[in-house]
Ligand binder design. Structure first.
Ligand code: MF3
Ligand code: CO
Length: 294
């Protein structure tokens, strides 16, 4: 909680919905956050701490998200259009009772983002884009289920991918794994983001600065914004119950990017070299984190 969150009476029912008295539930937890705030840390507002009921809802949404990506994984192949991937995502999501979160999100026209090679993110599925031998593609799936949001993405290597591109895909996955290991409660997002960045740089790559991860669960994109080019000891304090994505965009060349002027969405690398991204959604726990969507 921040100072601006309402202070509860010790004997009031706890804000988390446990039914317990505040003093027997989240009172010490809130005090601890307040101590960090006094020391100058950026701390989460109470609304970013998911209640057990919200966690259950987000996990149910994530279950669909994972199933959709599993379905894509089993059917994606050379010669398929990205429109067909969009169809698989729409059909699988809706059959399970979910809604694809990207569809009509701020005007986005499709149910999923499909970003190939030098496309960094927000590629728009199209019947004219056909998967070719040697392509690397990110499929970024997001689901709404009973009002709860989930978000994760995977890379797929089509046929004979060059060793250089294969390494980019693998190192980017390692970056996410390092991010997961560095989600520790009562440390800063900047500690985690810096660890991710270091691994990319050690391999000769760069990480996109302008676009990052985000809180996710009650809304598609909520606070905090999560950078993977950050400084240790900076950015928001990670606190149990927070839920956000780890989704670095790693470029083989320089970190500069530009946006497609015609469709207003797709982001490309400025130097035309490939970019890769994996995305997981995590829940901060008392001793690390739980990966809830991948
Ligand atoms: N799924 C993307 C993310 O990881 C967001 C895509 S917004 C969309 O945050 F509108 F392009 F779908
Ligand atoms: Co995301």
């Amino acid at each position: 909680m921040q100072f601006k969150d309402k202070k509860l009476d010790r004997n009031a029912p706890c804000w988390c919905g446990s039914g317990k008295k505040y003093k027997h539930c989240h009172m010490d937890f809130d005090e601890k956050i307040r101590e960090f705030e006094v020391k100058g840390f950026i701390v989460p507002e109470r609304k970013l701490i998911k209640t057990p009921e919200q966690v259950e809802g987000i996990k149910a949404s994530a279950k669909i998200n994972i199933a959709v990506l599993d379905e894509v994984a089993s059917r994606i192949k050379i010669g398929m259009s990205t429109e067909e991937i969009d169809r698989i995502v729409y059909d699988t999501t809706t059959k399970m009772g979910g809604i694809p979160a990207p569809l009509n999100y701020e005007g986005f026209p499709k149910s999923v983002c499909t970003s190939i090679n030098e496309e960094v993110c927000h590629g728009i599925p199209s019947p004219d884009v056909i998967l070719k031998d040697g392509d690397i593609i990110n499929v970024d799936v997001s689901t709404i289920y009973h009002g709860y949001f989930s978000d994760s993405s995977r890379m797929f290597c089509m046929g004979n991918v060059s060793p250089e591109k294969k390494k980019l895909v693998d190192v980017t996955k390692e970056c996410v794994e390092i991010g997961i290991k560095n989600v520790k409660p009562w440390t800063c997002l900047g500690d985690m983001g810096n660890a991710v960045h270091q691994h990319a740089v050690e391999n000769g790559y760069s990480v996109v600065r302008e676009i990052g991860g985000h809180g996710c669960g009650i809304e598609f994109h909520e606070d905090p914004w999560v950078s993977y080019v950050s400084v240790p000891g900076t950015e928001m304090l990670m606190v149990p119950g927070m839920c956000f994505t780890i989704e670095p965009m790693v470029n083989m060349g320089r970190d500069d990017i530009f946006q497609d002027e015609e469709n207003g969405w797709t982001i490309y690398t400025e130097d035309g070299l490939p970019s890769a991204q994996w995305e997981v959604q995590v829940l901060v726990t008392d001793n690390g984190c739980e990966v809830i969507a991948y």
